[in-house]
Each structure stands twice: as C-alpha cells, then as structure tokens.
Ligand binder design. Structure first.
Ligand SMILES: [Zn+2]
Length: 416
C-alpha cells in the first residue's frame, strides 16, 4: 500500500472519528439536561416541549451517525474499492471513445445518480420517519416524489453546463487556465444567485404578496424607518412541506424581496415578526452576504488551483485507487476527497456566521425591540424543537447560530 493511500485512509478515519464524536457529544449533552428546562427559559418553555426538543435532537444525531458511517463506506467503495473505475468503464462502453468530454459527462452523471440513490433512504426516513414522528412533516409521498424529480432535473440543468466547461478547461489546461476556470465558476454562481429567486424557487413554492394585516403594517413601518428598499413582502407556502418556520431575503438591489414562511407569520405576533425582520435587515446593512461571497470566492480560487495541479499528478489517482487519469475522474476524485481536507474550515466558517448573527441581533435591538426578538426566538426554539442545551464543542463546530442561552443573554444586555 502506497504512502498516499495510507494518508488518504488516515484522513478518512480522522474525519469519521471527529464527526462521529461530535454527534455523540451533542446527544450526551442533550440527554444530560433532559430532565430540567434551563432556568432562563423556565417560564416560557414547558418540560414537555423541552423533552420533545431533546428527543428530536438525539434522534437527529443518531441518524447523522448512521449516515456518516454509510457515506464513509461509500467513499471507500468508490475510491479504493474501484467504484470509480467501474463507473468510468461503463460510461466508456456507452459512449464512443473519441468523445472524451461526453463520456466524462455520462460518468459524472452516473456518479451523481449513484450517490443520490445512497442518500435516498436517509431522505425518505428523515421526512417520513423522523419529521413525522415529531409532528413537523407536512409532505405527502406524491409531493416528495415530484420534488425529487424536479430537483434532479434542475440539478442536472445547472450542473451539466458548468461541469462541461470545467472539463473542457481541464482538457486544454495551460499554466493560467485555473484563473479562467475560477472566473467562469464565479460568473456561474452569480448568475445562479440572480436566477434562483426568479426561476428556481417558484418551481417548488408559491410566493404571494403579503395581504394587508397588522403584521404587514408593522413590517412596512420598520422598512420605512430603516430606509430599506424592497420590491415587496412575500409569503411562501412553507407549510406545504414542513411545520418549521423561517424568513429570508432574495434578489439584489431594488429587486430584493422579503420572503416570510406562512408558518412564521402564524407563530409570531406583529411586534415579534418586526424584530425578526429587523434582524434580517441587520444582515443586509452589515453587508454579511458580500463578505461571505468574498470568502467563498477566495476559497474556490485556492481549490481550483489545487485541482489543476492534481490533474497531472499520477500519485493522486493511483493513491486513491483510480486507474484512468482524465478531467472527469479528476473532478470526481477531487469532489470526493477535498471535503476531508476542508474539515477545519467548518468551525471557522460557522464562527464567522455566529459573529454575523450577533451583529444582526445588535442591529435589531437598535431598530426594533430586543425583548420582542427574545420572545420571537423563544417561540421559534419551542416550535422548531431546537435544543436549548447544546454541547459546547458541537456548537463551536457545527452551529451557524449562537447557542440559545448566549444569544438571549446578548440581546437582554442590549435591552432599552
Ligand atoms: Zn441571522
């Protein structure tokens, strides 16, 4: 066994152990605090709701552990187990040998479908086992299947052109082609950001202008106060699929829309909804999205450079068990192996995200009422069965939002 193979195996098991251990820590922490609602929440959240959140969190961690193990085995089957070699061989059999780009695309499509099939039982169990058991599922099996077909088609429509372009660039790579690949990648992602709200999201949900109500009057007053221009307030039929609630912005400049899940409007009072919207505006005013895009673009620049270096490195293919060295197998191997190396980026990216959440909360405390945001958050924790007692290590690693207790304490410190 080569040194590269050994290093790859070490990396695979390191990832497996770290992530499994974090799931375990989270489950243990939640179980340990299951019998008592934390002091700060004891008036707003009953023991029943607290225990439901604990059981829901533990069930998610267990499912995560099983899925992690299955995905690790699948990764090893594809690489050292020869899966990529077989898939690529089949793709060559299907296509004529003088169209490497086409056989490469067929190979990547087969790989995508096979990986999707491995994930499908988890998606089905998550929706109809886990979410149903805790009362969150609103999806019918028919809707699940239609969603699956629609998202596969949309995914193919998005992935195939950019993958073709990337493979063509890899095939004709010169010393600076990686920069062109990066420019194309960034352009493509920006295009998606523009197209998503207009073309893709409406395929899955209905967006209707928010009807006149006490909620709407509050929100419009807030938008005026913050001098925030938006092309409208829209209600999304999130309740078609799930009882979980959310709110977000889409679009750019004058075309940006505010989207509120119908479930959220039903859960919150007008004052609470105003505070939630103030938090979202805070993200915009502090330029969190452009900051995040800049970080992502620098990371993708580095990653594409690495990909173009690996293209002609025989040790990369051989060490990971792949016989055919070409742009398609390079892309496949790279997308499978790179996430293992990027593990340390997860906690860093989440730390940045938590910092942004605190900043948006501070903005909301200034332009709305901190106490209303606290009430809204407590309601959302309760209605979403989010745990109030996460493990500190798990939270540092995985949570994009600060733990409930810290977030509420931060808001209370800013109360007027
Ligand atoms: Zn936020």
């Amino acid at each position: 066994m080569s040194d590269i193979t050994l290093a790859f195996l070490a990396l695979v098991f390191f990832n497996l152990i770290i992530r499994f251990w974090l799931y375990q820590r989270q489950a243990v922490s939640v179980i340990r605090h299951r019998s008592q609602v934390p002091e700060a929440f004891s008036t707003a959240i009953g023991l029943d709701d607290h225990q439901k959140a604990a059981d829901y969190t533990v069930a998610k961690m267990r499912l995560g552990q099983i899925q992690l193990c299955v995905e690790t085995v699948w990764l090893l089957v594809l690489t050292l187990g020869g899966g990529i070699n077989s898939l690529y061989g089949w793709a060559l059999d299907l296509m004529s040998a003088d169209t490497p780009l086409l056989s490469g695309l067929v190979f990547l499509a087969m790989l995508g479908v096979a990986s999707g099939v491995i994930d499908l039982p988890f998606a089905i169990y998550r929706q109809f086992g886990l979410e149903t058991r805790f009362g969150f599922n609103r999806m019918t099996p028919v809707l699940f299947v239609t969603d699956l077909i629609r998202s596969t088609l949309v995914g193919a429509l998005i992935a195939l052109p950019i993958l073709s372009l990337l493979m063509w660039l890899l095939q004709n790579a010169g010393p600076t082609t990686w920069i062109w690949a990066w420019l194309a990648w960034m352009g493509f992602n920006m295009l998606l950001l523009f197209l998503y709200p207009v073309l893709i999201a409406p395929l899955f949900n209905k967006f209707t202008p928010m009807p006149d109500s006490a909620h709407k009057a509050k929100l419009e007053a807030l938008l005026n106060r913050c001098q925030f221009q938006a092309s409208g307030l829209f209600v999304m039929d999130g309740s078609r699929r799930s009882a979980h609630a959310n709110a977000y912005f889409t679009g750019f400049g004058r075309n940006r829309r505010i989207v509120l899940f119908d479930t959220l409007i039903n859960q919150l009072t007008p004052d609470q909804l105003e505070a939630v919207l103030a938090h979202e505006i805070g993200h915009y005013q502090r330029k969190h999205l452009p900051k995040r895009l800049l970080t992502m673009s620098l990371i993708s620049l580095a990653l594409l450079w690495v990909l173009f270096q690996l293209l002609d490195a025989p040790w990369f293919y051989q060490g990971l068990g792949v016989q055919d060295a070409n742009p398609a197998t390079a892309l496949a191997l790279f997308s499978l192996a790179m996430p293992l190396c990027l593990l340390p980026l997860t906690p860093l990216s989440n730390a940045l995200s938590r910092k942004h959440e605190y900043e948006a909360d501070a903005y909301a405390a200034q332009s709305s009422e901190a106490s209303e945001l606290v009430h809204a958050l407590v309601t959302m924790y309760r209605e979403n069965a989010a745990t109030l007692t996460p493990d500190s290590m798990y939270s540092l690693f995985h949570d994009s939002h600060p733990p409930a207790a810290l977030r509420i304490a931060h808001l209370q410190s800013m109360q007027r």
